[in-house]
Design a protein around this ligand. Structure first.
Ligand SMILES: Cc1cc2nc3c(=O)[nH]c(=O)nc-3n(C[C@H](O)[C@H](O)[C@H](O)COP(=O)(O)OP(=O)(O)OC[C@H]3O[C@@H](n4cnc5c(N)ncnc54)[C@H](O)[C@@H]3O)c2cc1C
Length: 472
């Protein structure tokens, strides 16, 4: 169908003012805030693959009608909420249609008996937290992108928050969900804490990244606000000692909501006045009903003392709490300086994670020309392993292609090393289009399962083509 006809159909469907076709807006929607594009834009990058229009969806009925039409015409679409994705998951294929659900932003029900909240997909997490906090509740979900991300996107990317050790990732919080399948069928998975009725269908939506349908509504758990907190920081001799300490705490069964280990470079940069040369820093925040935090705090102290840690009190934690999301206001900070900079989070078992950290740093320092920094921290831990969140930056010639080369080299080292040690190439940012090329290696013999799910749900390939699964 001709572009003009497509646009007219959407104008009739949702109203003329909710269909945007101006080139500047299409450029704005052409990508997300992946570090690569931030610096490339600074060097003059513009997308050659613009969508034909942006459609603002306000109701589930509109979502159904839009998807049904797109499927019938076999037009690729990109669902979108907060736009805070960092893996090129929102990059528009040429001639596609963006379904923007950010104005589907009603908080539908706060259920204080069952401790759940149901929202439309475009509800901003920060707003939801403010509303819940006033009633004495929290979602316990605090990604660093709290000021940007929205509920649909959080589920679609399998996000995780900074207090995950206590509250879990979004997969632990999701109780029920509604979405529109690519053929236009509206499906609702009812709210139930746990059941044994075949595969858990909620997991089809979790991490689907817009490739299997459009999420319209989610129900997540809420928790009473913690009554007590205990905040402790410790300086330790090395990053590897820090990993051993966290492993011991996790395997003993403690769940400090915030459990972070920053390597010596990050420690010196962010907590300089507290640190001595070469030291890494451990941050623990325990919270819960009265009495819980102090008990957990004592247990943590006993473990870290055994490993020769130096207690730093609560000040570094207070500093972290006050500034943990500042980056959201300065997203283009490094790009403006002409640096190729980004973060990359991977995960692995305890037996392998230390090797990945060491080898990535060694390789990057040896192989990447004009490397400014490569650092790492662990911020989400489990009984079996943890994640490493690498932060990296390098200078390059101020050209789009040079930025791509440097970015590919930095990311390539992390992906290759992680796969070498059987880790996962992505702990929480999602795969998007950038990491899709490693998905066959990531999933190994399980890859056909993902392919078959995609084909069964979306035989016409209209849902966010190129994200999550590589396009041959
Ligand atoms: C500074 C910064 C810090 C970050 N920190 C964290 C962090 O701590 N933890 C974390 O997990 N992530 C983090 N992220 C990544 C990002 O915020 C998350 O991936 C977030 O979940 C994306 O939500 P969104 O609403 O912005 O989704 P979008 O960016 O709009 O979309 C992301 C993906 O989800 C799909 N999608 C969006 N809405 C729908 C829908 N309704 N139906 C189907 N598919 C949909 C899109 O197609 C896309 O593939 C960070 C990002 C930034 C920029």
């Amino acid at each position: 169908m001709e572009n003009q006809k497509v646009i007219e159909t959407f104008e009739q469907m949702v109203g003329k003012e909710f269909v945007q076709t101006e080139e500047a807006i299409l450029q704005e929607y052409a990508t997300d805030i992946t570090g690569l594009r931030m610096v490339q834009k600074h060097f003059g990058w513009k997308s050659e693959n613009l969508a034909q229009c942006i459609v603002k969806i306000h109701t589930k009925e509109e979502a159904i009608e839009a998807i049904r039409f797109l499927n019938q015409e076999k037009i690729v679409n990109v669902p979108r909420t907060g736009g805070s994705g960092v893996c090129l998951g929102l990059e528009t294929p040429k001639g596609s249609v963006v379904l923007d659900l950010s104005e589907m932003n009603e908080i539908l029900e706060i259920n204080e008996e069952n401790l759940t909240v149901t929202t439309q997909a475009g509800v901003a997490l920060e707003r939801l937290e403010t509303v819940l906090n006033k009633k004495g509740y929290t979602t316990g979900h605090f990604p660093q992108s709290l000021p940007l991300a929205q509920m649909g996107g959080l589920v679609a990317t399998r996000s995780i928050g900074q207090f995950s050790t206590r509250y879990g990732g979004i997969e632990d919080l999701l109780v029920g969900i509604e979405g529109v399948l690519p053929d236009g069928e509206l499906v609702r998975i009812k709210n139930i804490p746990r059941k044994s009725t075949g595969p858990d269908l909620r997991h089809i939506w979790l991490g689907s990244e817009g490739t299997l349908g459009v999420i319209t509504e989610v129900t997540v758990k809420i928790f009473p606000m913690a009554e007590d907190r205990c905040m402790q920081a410790y300086a330790i001799a090395s990053f590897h000692t820090g990993l051993a300490i966290i492993k011991e705490i996790m395997q003993a069964g403690w769940k400090p909501a915030v459990t972070r280990l920053h390597d010596e470079t990050e420690a010196a940069e962010s907590y300089g006045p507290f640190m001595q040369a070469g030291e890494s820093i451990l941050l623990f925040l325990s919270e819960g009903p009265k009495g819980y935090a102090a008990l957990e705090g004592e247990a943590i102290q006993a473990v870290v003392e055994k490993h020769g840690a130096r207690a730093l009190g609560s000040k570094p934690l207070e500093l972290w709490l006050a500034h943990r999301n500042d980056i959201c206001e300065h997203l283009d900070m490094y790009a403006k300086q002409g640096a190729v900079a980004d973060t990359c989070e991977i995960s692995a078992m305890w037996s392998d994670i230390g090797k990945i950290y060491t080898e990535v740093l060694e390789r990057a320092k040896k192989e990447v020309p004009h490397l400014v920094a490569i650092t790492g921290h662990s911020s989400h831990s489990y009984e079996q392993g943890t994640n490493i969140y690498f932060m990296m930056g390098a200078m390059c010639a101020p050209q789009v292609e040079a930025a791509q080369k440097t970015y590919d080299q930095l990311f390539g080292i992390i992906m290759e090393t992680t796969l070498k040690y059987n880790g996962s190439i992505c702990h929480h940012h999602g795969v998007g289009r950038y990491r899709a090329k490693w998905m066959k290696q990531e999933l190994g013999s399980a890859y056909p399962m993902l392919e078959k799910i995609k084909t069964a749900f979306d035989p016409n390939g209209i849902m966010n083509r190129g994200a999550l699964l590589p396009v041959e």
